[in-house]
Design a protein around this ligand. Sequence first.
Ligand SMILES: [Zn+2]
Length: 315
Amino acid sequence: MMNEARFQIFSGVNTNIWNDVWIPSCESGPVKTLLPIPPQAPQLVQELMDKQNHTWKLDSISTFINNDILQSIRCIPISHSSRPDRLVWPWNSSGSYTVKSGYHRFHARQNTDIASHNHSSHVVSEGVWKTIWKVETLPKIKLFLWRALSGSISTRLALFKRKIAKDPICPICEGFEESVEHILFLCPWTQLVWFGSDLSYKVDPRRISTFDRWFEGIISIPGTSRTDGKFLLSFLSFLCWEIWKARCKFVFNGVSPDPRHVITHARDACSEYLAVISKVDARGSLSPVHQVQGTRWSKPSPSYVKLNLDLPPYW
Ligand SMILES: [Zn+2]
């Protein structure tokens, strides 16, 4: 993800024109040149600055890069400051990397061609399996994720292939085949869940290929601290679980899924679970507890015993 960070230019003394990411219009890497760069060409951004007149001197590089990029450079204000240039994360307003902005950036840069993969044509990576067993979540949710990744939950598509269902169509939207990916991400009501969640994730159907590849992308977001990464995975696991439960309640009980309820249940269950395991950890060493933004969970009174039961088991 370091390729996604960018230098904010102040003095220009520590940013290389050709190798560093610093031009706003070059989002995904160093500037692409029209010709090989000779050794005598300017190397540092400061060599392009006329600090007295606060203008750019771009004649010396104008033959190597196109006009759009030159124009983009001219739009960078020349600072009065002599401080070194600063590496910033440009995908949110603060310039600091956050899990949420990294997550969105990851999805924004995924290629649309991954949509051509299908579930049976590849092997789930070992890293994904290992991560599943480390996710801080309920054992039944781990099992659900494992089954979803291995293609063994009873979707309409899976049942149709086994000649158990008469058609593979999603019973909720009735518009598409009901695969794991359709249930968890692509069904229109599910997309509302993701967008309405604390992640504000706008699902792009062209960028969802298979559940394991999506999951692999999540666990490979670099720059995510261990604590934030663990929290993100916990929350995602609860969200997927609540989506699956809501889908099953529709299939077996005829209850229409409500995205708001799913989000609230996932938040509450995740916060509650993390609070419980934090208390367990506190006997040895205290681990931080992340409260999901907007959670309404409150500590039960000492005389109160709370049991969370999920009935029936849907597989
Ligand atoms: Zn659907």
